[in-house]
Design a protein around this ligand. Structure first.
Ligand code: UDX
Length: 437
């Protein structure tokens, strides 16, 4: 099939490459010339394991191209809308500027029978509004909402072998012609057994925000338990292991630590609350305010613990922060707890050095006032205290004896609860975890 993908960021670039891998002829469109230049040369403009190899592989087949010219979508029968929906400045609501601009730019190039497939995360009700725009441009075109659930760091596998497909169509019916068309796009994963659900438009939009809200709630739940464990002298990691053995609860997403960040969970729960308010259902999501508050409290807690670790004062203390990305296997620093903690420590007088294997360029763009060092060894040199805030494998594998030779003071705070406290204490370290005695 001939497919266009509009928006070539974390979502769109991966989606375009994966659709070409599935055998389709794909054109990716973005307004950012640098991004298009990179992608056309087979370079991923961000760190995502497996993406660069995939780009090179599918570009060699001639099935994947990138352009800034929207007219190139002509001839494609399926158009995926993959642009970002960031948080509005100074408000909780989602900013739909990019979605609206992409859809309006696409309209003059639409042909009869075309599918416009929304993948961006949008407030419920957006798809119905966009449907009328699509129908005004071309009465026989269809709009489908097909939310994306990919995780950064696993984006290629999550796109090629997703847990499920959700197709939101106007009448919510299996017989909607758009369903058959989208089935052709995903023929390979469907034939491999990926389940698919056909829903109406608002349900499809809600599936995505509900899933992210559930994940955020699970993380904040265990972080609330960590607060309680701290107060009671209990161990949150063992608590999570024990409750996670109940199938109904499950152990995944029960890792207590500095909390969730990234380009999705924080802004999606806020946009969800804002939308619920507009719909007069704000009470239903009041709990998400608490989920957000518990999450943000983690960052303050780490700053307080670091001050304790430094005998009550951060002034002039050399602190090494290991990790800048919001999670490992990503160079994304949007709403990263690690960076936000590093910035707060620096503001309170500490001399902070931040290290990360992939995210330093993005971090320096966001917080130019912080000092960055790529080499872990150099970053640890003469540190008064170490904070492990993003659990990259190289930080999990640090040897407490070798590390002791680099620092001034053997003080470490494990903000992700991934280090073996006994081992570090045996090597003479003052060790602090979050929710661990
Ligand atoms: C998330 C959803 O998982 C994905 O389905 C959706 O499409 C986009 O948002 P992503 O932002 O890539 O994906 O990251 P995810 O792996 O979900 O992690 C989110 C944050 O939660 C990270 O900061 C991570 O460190 C944190 N986290 C995760 C925890 O603090 N504890 C956990 O147990 C799990």
């Amino acid at each position: 099939m001939r497919i266009s993908v509009i928006g070539c960021g974390y979502l769109g670039a991966v989606h375009a490459a994966c659709m070409a891998k599935l055998g389709h002829e794909v054109v990716g469109v973005d307004v950012d010339e640098n991004k298009i230049k990179d992608l056309s040369a087979g370079h991923a403009p961000f760190f995502e394991p497996g993406l660069e190899n995939l780009l090179k592989e599918v570009q060699a087949t001639g099935r994947l191209s990138f352009t800034t010219d929207m007219a190139a979508v002509q001839g494609s029968s399926v158009h995926f809308v993959c642009v970002g929906t960031p948080q509005k400045k100074g408000e909780n609501a989602a900013d739909l500027t990019y979605v609206d601009a992409a859809v309006h730019a696409l309209m003059p190039h639409l042909s009869s029978g075309d599918l416009v497939v929304g993948k961006s995360t949008v407030p419920v009700g957006t798809a119905a509004r966009l449907t009328s725009i699509v129908h005004r441009a071309c009465a026989n075109a269809h709009l489908v909402w097909n939310p994306e659930f990919l995780r950064e760091g696993h984006a290629v596998a999550d796109t090629l072998q997703p847990d499920r497909f959700v197709y939101g169509v106007a009448d919510g019916s299996e017989d909607n012609p758009a369903v058959k068309e989208l089935d052709k796009v995903y023929e390979i994963p469907l034939s491999e057994g990926t389940p698919r659900l056909v829903t109406d438009l608002p349900t499809a939009e809600l599936v995505k925000t509900a899933a992210n809200s559930f994940l955020a709630t699970k993380i904040s739940f265990i972080n609330a338990m960590a607060e309680l464990c701290d107060a009671a002298g209990a161990d949150v990691s063992l608590l999570a292991d024990a409750i996670g053995m109940d199938d109904r609860i499950g152990r995944k997403f029960l890792n207590a630590g500095v909390g969730f960040g990234g380009g999705c969970l924080p802004k999606d729960i806020r946009a969800f609350m804002a939308r619920a308010g507009e719909l007069g259902a704000d009470q239903a999501l009041t709990f998400l305010r608490e989920v957000d508050a518990i999450n943000m409290r983690r960052r303050t807690r780490v700053v307080e613990l670091t001050r304790d670790l430094c005998d009550g004062s951060l002034l002039g203390r050399r602190i090494t922060v290991l990790g800048a990305a919001f999670k490992p296997q990503s160079d994304d620093v949007r709403d990263s707890p690690a960076l936000s903690i590093a910035a707060q420590l620096q503001l309170q007088g500490a001399v902070v050095t931040v290290s990360d294997p992939e995210a330093l360029e993005n971090a320096a763009r966001r917080f130019p006032e912080l000092h960055y060092e790529k080499s872990t060894e150099v970053a640890l040199d003469r540190a008064d205290a170490i904070l492990l805030l993003t659990e990259w494998p190289e930080y999990r594998d640090l040897d407490p004896y070798e590390t002791a030779n680099l620092v001034v003071d053997r003080k470490i705070l494990d903000g992700r609860n991934v280090l073996d406290a006994k081992k570090w204490r045996a090597a003479g370290w003052t060790f602090r975890g979050l929710g661990r005695p």
